[in-house]
Design a protein. Structure first.
Length: 276
């Protein structure tokens, strides 16, 4: 048995070493991504999202525990809902991650001498801090933005978040800031953020990648992962366990609803949507 274990261990080490050797120095010099992005069809996404209808962050967190991934997907609790609807719970969402990463820019933060501010601003948006990820938005998309936490940047605003909703986005999560938060609440677009910001993007950040793995609130988010967000915060479900987690989470939710319904009735409380 020990010899077999040794043989298998050496085989794994050899395979990993061989894989590492397949990446050339030239590839590394140009930048190399070891975590490859998996692509899913709209039909595959819709099927997974159907399994998550009505599930809460708490249910999903328990489901992750039950598949052996405790604390794997729980986003830092400092990232919370920008606004809440305590009656209809429209701040909640379940979606499939499309990711984007913005980084601090090293480019000038103001127009060149003689250049109009509006021309400089428009050029910066179109070349360096654009929103090409919007091409990937479709019904059920959760936009996940890894942004510059330490600067006062309103990457998200009342106009672009509504445009993303028009394309099919069900919600947005960022580890940084948004501006126009009063209007976003009136618009009713679910948004989860670390803080509220004010500054524009030009001169402050630029786009680094689209649909690559990002880290939000200490959690890895890969394109295609399931995002669930409600008043408790945000949880990320790795796609490879999404079906199994949903199964356990559904069982937990149904037991909770049944138990609370009994308590409602014993207390003569009017039944609401959370127990029906």
């Amino acid at each position: 048995m020990k010899k077999l274990f040794y043989f298998l261990s050496m085989s794994v080490i050899f395979s990993v070493t061989l894989l590492a050797q397949e990446v050339t120095k030239e590839q590394l010099q140009k930048g190399y991504n070891y975590i490859q992005t998996k692509v899913y069809t709209a039909e595959e996404d819709a099927r997974i999202l159907k399994l998550y209808e009505g599930l809460r962050v708490a249910d999903v967190s328990d489901g992750l525990d039950m598949v052996g991934l405790p604390n794997t997907g729980l986003v830092d609790p400092s990232i919370q809902a920008c606004w809440k609807d305590p009656v209809n719970l429209t701040h909640q969402f379940r979606g499939i991650a499309v990711t984007v990463r913005y980084v601090p820019t090293q480019k000038p933060d103001r127009p060149a001498p003689g250049e109009k501010f509006q021309d400089w601003e428009g050029n910066f948006y179109s070349k360096y801090s654009h929103e090409e990820f919007s091409k990937l938005i479709r019904p059920g998309t959760a936009i996940v933005i890894d942004d510059v936490e330490d600067k006062d940047i309103g990457t998200i605003g009342s106009y672009n978040i509504l445009a993303w909703k028009k394309l099919g986005a069900v919600g947005v999560v960022t580890d940084a800031a948004s501006r126009d938060t009063d209007e976003i609440e009136i618009e009713g677009v679910p948004l989860y953020l670390r803080k509220k910001g004010r500054g524009i993007r030009p001169g402050r950040n630029e786009i680094e990648s689209v649909n690559r793995p990002v880290v939000i609130g200490g959690v890895l988010v890969c394109p295609g992962d399931v995002i669930v967000a409600d008043g408790d915060g945000v949880v990320v479900v790795p796609r490879y366990v999404a079906e199994e987690v949903a199964k356990y989470a559904r069982e937990i939710l149904e037991k909770d609803k049944a138990g609370r319904k009994d308590l409602y009735e014993s207390l003569n409380m009017e039944l609401d949507k959370t127990v029906k």
